[in-house]
Design a protein around this ligand. Structure first.
Ligand code: AGP
Length: 368
């Protein structure tokens, strides 16, 4: 049943709209009595708590999901987190120690670069944790322990529902690792309650479908699209841009808003469309100031903000605004990516490209 399109035109479209359900299955049976139960990690939690650092390793969308998880893993566990693109770790033969916990993120569990990085980390004696959607995959067999994301089969080459389920699986992992810390109990409770309401918030944000189609029609002839994010939503900017690039075949770059003045600002004019992610969190006022700086250079802006914040992000109505429902700040990336997935989908259809099988790409990259 999962491998039929049903009433949808494309698998990517179906998988985007399936997210309230896929997130529910990711969490099913795992949020218990105000805590988190992850059977695949239970035996190793003590070792992870004692590790020197967590190293996240993945490629493409899976790397971006890990980047989205980084801030809350640091916050809830107090363990430093470093990020590695699998191929780059291998190119550099970067240091991995036996005191490290190496977390491998892969939808398929068969990506060659990720598996080679796994062999490398195993050789170096790290504890290896797998976060994958594929039970029985090489990744799930070779890692010491892990979490299956249970998002259901993903057919579209562009990863959508696996991305949001990966973030939620890593949120549960962070909650489980940090569960011995009394000082973060209230924060953990707030995140658990945010997780519980996430599927219904996702259903709410999916109602933006027609609005995103309309936005896509205004962008079909653009040559390029920039996406600015920071903090929890730096990963959203990278992932949104990756979606547009890989399926709509439009040049697109995700950028750290804090780096804007260090180069990208030179690109800004009245023609280049720029999406700024400015939902409520600790970085909100910094994003307001980014918007002001872009507007003063006549930037063509689309601002994603929390519901009710349109006038706070764009006082004189000079930019287009996408309002999204608010959840716990660290889970907001799960909501914020969805309008960008919809945008990439509609841009692709309107530009006449193959949605589920973009040229030159494979669902699982099993060669180096
Ligand atoms: C996602 O839309 C891409 N097709 C691609 O970046 C993918 O995420 C990457 O190849 C990693 O795949 P994996 O999650 O199966 O390891």
């Amino acid at each position: 049943e999962q491998i039929k399109k049903g009433s949808y035109d494309h698998f990517m479209q179906k998988e985007i709209h399936e997210q309230p359900h896929s997130l529910t299955t990711t969490m099913r049976g795992r949020l218990k009595d105000g805590g988190v139960l992850l059977g695949g990690l239970k035996e190793h939690l003590k070792t992870i708590r004692r590790c020197r650092r967590v190293v996240f390793i993945g490629c493409g969308t899976s790397y971006n999901a890990a980047l989205a998880a980084r801030p809350f893993v640091e916050e809830l566990t107090g363990i430093p987190v470093t990020m590695e693109v699998a191929s780059d770790l291998l190119d550099r033969q970067g240091p991995i120690y036996r005191e490290d916990t190496a977390v491998f993120v892969s939808q398929s569990g068969e990506t060659a670069d990720t598996l080679l990085a796994l062999d490398y980390a195993l050789e170096n004696g790290a504890l290896c944790v797998g976060i994958t959607n594929t039970v029985g995959s090489t990744l799930s067999r070779k890692t010491h322990c892990g979490v299956h994301i249970n998002a259901g089969c993903e057919i579209g080459v562009a990863s959508t529902k696996a991305y949001t389920s990966q973030i939620v699986a890593m949120a549960m992992m962070a909650l489980a690792i940090g569960s011995d810390q009394i000082s973060t109990q209230a924060r953990r409770n707030a995140i658990i309650s945010g997780l519980t309401s996430l599927p219904s918030c996702v259903s709410g944000v999916l109602k933006l479908d027609a609005e995103m189609k309309e936005l896509a029609s205004s962008l079909i002839d653009s040559e390029s699209l920039l996406v600015f994010g920071r903090g929890y939503n730096y990963a959203t900017a990278l992932e949104g841009a990756l979606k547009v690039k890989e399926v709509a075949l439009m040049h697109s770059e995700g950028m750290l808003a804090g780096e804007m003045k260090h180069g990208p600002l030179a690109l800004v004019d009245e023609n280049l469309p720029i999406i700024v992610i400015a939902t409520r969190d600790a970085c909100f006022s910094k994003q307001q100031s980014v918007i002001q700086q872009l507007l003063s250079r006549k930037g063509r802006l689309v601002v994603m903000c929390s519901k009710g914040d349109a006038s706070a992000v764009c006082p004189n109505g000079s930019c287009r605004v996408i309002e999204v429902p608010g959840v716990a700040d660290c889970l907001q990336p799960v909501i914020n990516i969805i309008p960008l997935q919809l945008l990439a989908y509609h841009l692709t259809v309107l530009r006449g490209f193959d949605v589920d099988q973009p040229r030159n790409l494979a669902k699982s990259v099993t060669t180096q």
